[in-house]
Design a protein around this ligand. Structure first.
Ligand code: GLY
Length: 297
């Protein structure tokens, strides 16, 4: 039996389509999750991941990605990497070909080029348009991205995180362009093992999406997996993290912080500190989308 989870309605749809196709071709969960995140990175309509995503305050895209295996706790990540697609594949390459966990910035880019990735311009016309809007009205541009409450029809987007379980083995992975219009060099939770992702075959897997600073401070993914190890269900594990964050971290009352988890029986859950969230669940060919609202305190 194989179960895969992925975050947010629009990117999740793209991600799960590619992941399930790859799983059918190769049977490999790791390949499937890499393919899912690659498809999302390649879609310029998705403004929080890969090509066409929102830039930093200099107008440049800086990408973060990570992957972790639950069987041996191997992990790989890149952060603040410019002009390389797909970032998730570079993270996997770090995991599989180096003794390290993370490479950063220009040196992550150099490593990618040394391993055959071709540098490219991931900034689209739409990125330039949104950046010009940001330069005119920075606060309005940031507020729109975080709340999607103005009258434009674009859906909100965020980091794409995937979890998978196949024959008792877990994989967790994430890819993002991070916080829109961030200070150059800022890194969020997504490439940080324990914050944005965690996987341990002895307990389960967890991931995060939303306001990276707060998720990182909470070690949200590790905390959720620790909850699984103590015997909580996936939903209970996520609820505990979201409640703890709401109690201790007031910033997560304003901007959603989401944690999702998958347990050893294929049970899944998600919880968030505010707002709304959609989680796609794929299980042996059946696909469902589950809607979540703010955790009860
Ligand atoms: N969760 C993505 C970020 O804050 O960078």
């Amino acid at each position: 039996m194989t179960t895969m989870l992925t975050t947010w309605k629009e990117p999740g749809h793209v991600t799960m389509g590619a992941a399930s196709t790859k799983l059918a071709q190769t049977g490999s969960l790791l390949d499937a999750i890499e393919a899912g995140l690659t498809a999302a990175e390649d879609d310029p309509e998705l403004i929080a991941i890969g090509r066409g995503s929102l830039p930093n305050s200099d107008g440049e895209l800086e990408l973060d990605a990570s992957v972790m295996r639950g069987d041996n706790l191997d992990a790989g990540a890149v952060c603040a990497m410019r002009g390389i697609f797909p970032a998730i594949s570079v993270a996997r390459k770090v995991m599989e070909t180096t003794p390290h966990v993370m490479l950063a910035g220009d040196q992550a880019r150099r490593f990618a080029i040394q391993h055959g990735f071709v540098p490219e311009n991931l900034v689209t016309e739409e990125v330039c348009r949104r950046y010009r809007e940001y330069l005119v009205s920075p606060e309005r541009a940031k507020a729109y991205v975080h709340t999607a409450q103005d009258n434009r029809q674009d859906p909100p987007h965020d980091t794409v995180t995937m979890l998978g379980l196949q024959d008792g083995k877990f994989v967790a992975a994430s890819s993002t362009s991070g916080m829109p219009f961030k200070i150059p060099g800022r890194v969020g939770d997504s490439p940080i093992v324990g914050a944005g992702i965690y996987a341990d075959d002895e307990a389960g897997a967890a991931g995060a999406t939303g306001l990276g600073e707060e998720l990182w401070k909470a070690c949200a993914s590790f905390r959720a997996v620790q909850n699984l190890a103590r015997g909580m269900s996936a939903q209970e594990a996520c609820d505990e993290v979201a409640r703890h964050m709401r109690r201790r971290q007031t910033k997560c009352h304003e901007i959603p912080c989401v944690v999702l988890a998958l347990d050893k029986n294929g049970g899944f859950g998600a919880a968030l500190t505010t707002g709304e969230f959609d989680l796609w669940v794929w299980r042996d060919g059946d696909l469902e989308c589950h809607h979540y609202t703010q955790v009860q305190d």
